[in-house]
Design a protein. Structure first.
Length: 281
């Protein structure tokens, strides 16, 4: 079973998304629905997916669970819930009681959009993240370099739950920068309850001129740090369309991991995501 562990849907004909209003995002400021993705998955031999939140809105999470209830290829949903709410445990129970609620596998907050780079280290946030873990859910870490130290503190405060770093923490690939990304990722990878998605890299590179060689050192370093059992493929579709079509994203990672052999690639392209999120066959 091959799994895309990170993608999105949105319907701009029905909902307004503030984050899509900038001129640079105009190419993806349109609806993206399950029917748009299904043929791309078939062509790339991807069997199942994990659908991930885009806004801080419980309504979106409910919509995504409804999609998961209808679409067989959506094996898991990473939704959003208010980490600071006293009602967070009940909210998570309520989400799981909805149609498709059995496919709620994680929670994410748009940490890198917070004004405070140390948001994840705040005691109230740490407590909310811990409640996500107590519910048996994964917490997706959406980070940039300034957020790495706080993420490490949050992980250390919640050692008995699972975390996954989205988009390899968005290193500045276009600039060829390696630090402080390497230092922070080295520390995160040393925590055995932290996994990492090999996703979102093409949009951190030069959108018009990137090549596989630009991504290669970041992919190699991530795999070296986390090991072959804690990394997984994610497309970040449709955001990836700013820099590459779906097929090119998956083919590039296949190219960069081919030398690792079929057993390692089976883990990267499916088994690890299934293990992390507890995805059912």
């Amino acid at each position: 079973m091959r799994i895309d562990a990170h993608h999105h849907f949105w319907d701009t004909e029905r909902d307004h998304h503030d984050w899509l209003q900038s001129a640079s995002l105009r190419p993806i400021n349109r609806p993206f629905r399950p029917g748009d993705m299904a043929p791309l998955l078939a062509a790339a031999r991807i069997d199942r997916t994990v659908l991930v939140q885009t806004v801080h809105d419980l309504g979106e999470t409910r919509d995504f669970l409804a999609i998961a209830a209808e679409e067989d290829f959506v094996a898991g949903v990473v939704g959003w819930a208010n980490l600071l709410s006293p009602a967070l445990p009940q909210t998570l129970k309520d989400l799981r009681a909805l149609p498709g609620g059995d496919r709620l596998v994680g929670i994410r907050h748009l940490v890198h959009n917070e004004a405070d780079p140390h948001y994840l280290a705040r005691p109230d946030v740490v407590r909310g993240v811990g409640q996500v873990g107590e519910a048996g859910l994964v917490f997706d870490l959406l980070l940039k370099e300034p957020n790495l130290d706080a993420a490490i503190a949050c992980v250390d405060a919640n050692p008995d739950m699972r975390f996954v770093v989205d988009h390899i923490a968005k290193p500045r690939i276009a600039a060829g920068a390696r630090e402080p990304w390497t230092a922070g990722m080295t520390q995160l990878a040393a925590r055995e309850n932290v996994w990492c998605k090999l996703s979102g890299m093409v949009t951190e590179a030069d959108w018009q001129s990137w090549t596989a060689a630009d991504l290669a050192p970041y992919v190699a370093k991530t795999i070296d740090l986390f090991g072959i059992d804690r990394v997984m493929y994610g497309s970040d579709w449709p955001v990836c369309l700013l820099a590459a079509e779906y097929a090119r994203v998956v083919e590039t990672l296949e190219e960069l991991t081919a030398a690792l052999g079929p057993e390692a690639n089976a883990k990267i392209f499916g088994l690890n995501a299934a293990a992390l999120y507890g995805l059912r066959p």
